[in-house]
Design a protein around this ligand. Structure first.
Ligand code: NAP
Length: 481
């Protein structure tokens, strides 16, 4: 190889690498964000490990005060943060505002949860003994998150993790690095001591991989795809780190003949098409009894007609773009497969073109009917604004269809029949289920997590938030002999 070529190679590999952060509505570059090197990841873990020794003994009221200031700072800056979120991720400004409010709710709830970091006193068999359990923090925790909820997901993990005395190395998704960095900046401004919450940026396959492999990392809390979650679980388990992985979903909503269809269609606007369908809890399959299929379809098509797709910054827009060209291509690929495999396309099914659409990644809200569970669009997570209607003859068949999915995140049933509703709740194989409430409804004081291919390890949120981030220890004391 000539010397000059070799020099060019060397120069290129030593240049600091950057993430080119692009607005999915306009393709404008928002920023160039430097990626962390593998050495920086290692140094960050070391810093977090050192900070742990002090942070674990930091008084609880002082921890709570930092999080209270953090919530206030986010509240004060919420409009700027919402604009950043919309420009970086693509969701509408209203969706961004809602996500930020949810993030504040997570901070306030989980900073109070510290009261649940309790053990229990249990009667000992022996006279003169006291026996009890207590909970201790684990150490350095890796938090790896996706781009679809870049504020609320990190916050509902970081708050309980740090409140319970752990230190964090946080890796946000590469589509939303500026939002991720901003969260950590605000936490520092709120008075968080150095190196308690740290951020590393860059590709999952290098930065994320080296983080979760590191034996100094004692726990990994991950949200993202099933493929990556499964890999992370293997890597982290090799050094006995605890893993919690919230992964992909393919969520069904069953509609019975006595359902309130007005309520259903109102709920579907956000459940199926909100955030352009890029929600792990999005309703993707609508399982409808044959007698009401035509009426449900008519209502769904009407709601789709009223969705205004565009740049989420613009007034009146109700659905933004999908996050990237790759995601757009993948969604269009699934739509083609759906057509090929025999589903009937009733709305959308194409990339939106013309004027503002040409610069961004916009998909028309899409509806298929006559879908069956042997079709790819019924089995795989499309993660876009695509709703598939599956006709069934009976309630029994509906349950069978829901449980045919390899995923088990969320489900829902719309009916006024209490017996059928509760029968569904008992038999459906999902971590979260709803009656007359859409699949995307969650409240942080309850556990959140999937089963089957949707989750590994204990759920997040609720009581289990503190349980995951702490170890239970057992103590025996002889006080008289
Ligand atoms: P993803 O590709 O799995 O990425 C998630 C995070 O993992 C990102 O920060 C990513 O970094 C990182 N990562 C990728 N490869 C890695 C590796 N080998 N080692 C360590 N980290 C790695 O998922 P996504 O595309 O961001 O998000 C969409 C998926 O998330 C969907 O499947 C959706 O259902 C799921 N999700 C699930 C929930 C839930 O609670 N169940 C909630 C929201 C989203 P890069 O960004 O740099 O690749």
């Amino acid at each position: 190889m000539p010397a000059s070529t070799s020099n060019v190679d060397t120069l290129e590999t030593t240049k600091p690498e950057v993430i080119v952060d692009v607005n999915p509505a306009t393709s404008e570059i928002i920023g160039h964000v430097p990626k962390s090197s593998v050495q920086e990841v290692s140094q960050t873990i070391e810093n977090a490990q050192r900070a742990f020794q002090e942070w674990r003994n930091y008084p609880y009221p002082d921890r709570m005060r930092i999080f209270a200031r953090f919530a206030d700072l986010i509240r004060k800056d919420s409009e700027n943060l919402a604009v950043l979120l919309t420009q970086e991720q693509g969701k509408t400004l209203n969706e961004a505002r809602k996500e930020i409010n949810e993030g504040i709710r997570a901070i306030e709830l989980f900073s109070g949860e510290i009261g649940r970091m309790n053990g229990e006193k249990i009667e000992s068999d022996r006279k003169g003994f006291i026996a009890y359990t207590l909970r201790s923090p684990l150490g350095v925790t890796a938090i790896v998150t996706p781009w679809n909820y870049p504020v609320s997901i990190p916050l509902w993990k970081i708050a309980p993790c740090v409140m319970s005395g752990n230190t964090v190395v946080f890796k946000p998704a590469s589509f939303t690095p500026i939002t991720g960095t901003k969260i950590v900046e605000l936490l520092r401004e709120a008075g968080m001591p150095p190196y308690v919450v740290n951020c590393v940026l860059g590709d999952g396959s290098s930065v994320g991989d080296s983080l979760v492999r590191d034996h100094r990392v004692k726990a990994v809390s991950f949200t993202g795809s099933t493929e990556v979650g499964t890999r992370i679980n293997k890597l982290a388990s090799e050094h006995q780190a605890r893993v919690q992985a919230e992964m992909g979903g393919k969520n069904s909503c069953v509609v019975l003949e006595d359902a309130d269809l007005e309520l259903l269609t109102k709920d579907l606007v956000s459940a199926a098409f909100g955030v352009a369908g890029q929600k792990c809890t999005a309703t993707s399959l609508l399982i409808v009894t044959e007698k009401i299929e035509a009426e449900v379809l008519r209502r769904v098509l009407k709601l789709v007609e009223n969705i205004k797709v565009g740049n989420g910054m613009n007034e009146g827009v109700t659905m933004g773009p999908v996050v990237s060209q790759d995601r757009l291509d993948s969604i269009l690929h699934y739509i083609e497969l759906g057509k090929k495999e025999g589903a009937k396309l009733m709305a959308g099914g194409f990339r939106l073109k013309g004027s503002e659409y040409d610069k961004g990644f916009f998909v028309a809200p899409t509806v298929f009917k006559d879908v069956s569970m042997d079709m790819t669009i019924a089995q795989e997570e499309i993660f876009g604004p695509v709703l598939s209607i599956i006709p069934v003859s009976t309630f029994e068949e509906a349950i069978e269809v829901v449980n045919k999915s390899k995923y088990g995140l969320s489900s829902s049933i719309y009916t006024r029949d209490l017996t059928k509703a509760l029968d569904f709740v008992q038999r459906v194989e999902t971590g979260i289920t709803h009656v007359n409430i859409p699949t995307n409804h969650i409240e942080y004081q309850l556990p959140f997590g999937g089963i089957k291919d949707s989750g590994i390890g204990p759920p997040e949120q609720g009581k289990s938030a503190i349980e995951f981030f702490t170890a239970s220890r057992t103590v025996y004391v002889r006080y008289s002999w």
